[in-house]
Write a protein that binds this ligand. Structure first.
Ligand code: PRT
Length: 93
C-alpha cells in the first residue's frame, strides 16, 4: 500500500492554526496560546527569536532549524490572534 507523507508548510500550518482558532478543540496548545493573549504571544516570539540567534551562533543546523520552526509557529499564533491573513503580510514582502 502506498504511504503518503504530508509535508507541513508555512501556509498549511497557518491553515491548521486558523482551523484550531475556529473549532477550539480540547487540548490544543494553540487554543491556550491564543487565549493567553498578545502580550504572552509577544514574549514567546522574543524568547524564540533569542533561541534562534543562540542556535545560529552555537548549535547545529538541525537545532537552528527547529528553533526557526518554533519562531514561525509563534509568529503565526500572533497573526491568527490578531486576525491577520497571510496576504496581509505577503503584500509587504
Ligand atoms: N508547530 C508547532 C509548534 N512549535 C512550537 N510549539 C510550541 O511552542 C513551545 C516551544 O517550545 P520550547 O521548547 O521553546 O519551550 P518549552 O520550554 O519546551 O515549552 P514551554 O514551557 O514554553 O511551553 C512549546 O510549547 C510548543 O508546544 C508548537 N506547538 C504546536 N505546533 C503545531 O501546531 C499545530 C497545532 O497544534 P495544537 O494546537 O497543539 O494542536 C500542530 O501541527 C503542531 O505540530
Amino acid at each position: 500500500m502506498k504511504q503518503w507523507v504530508l509535508v507541513k508548510t508555512f501556509e498549511s500550518l497557518f491553515a491548521e492554526l486558523t482551523e484550531r482558532a475556529a473549532t477550539r478543540p480540547e487540548g490544543s496548545g494553540t487554543v491556550a496560546a491564543l487565549d493567553a493573549g498578545v502580550h504572552s504571544q509577544g514574549k514567546k516570539i522574543l524568547e524564540e527569536a533569542g533561541e534562534v540567534w543562540i542556535a545560529a551562533e552555537h548549535e547545529s543546523d538541525d537545532a537552528l532549524s527547529e528553533e526557526i520552526s518554533q519562531l514561525l509557529y509563534w509568529v503565526q499564533v500572533l497573526m491568527v490572534g490578531k486576525g491577520l491573513k497571510l496576504e496581509d503580510v505577503y503584500r509587504h514582502l
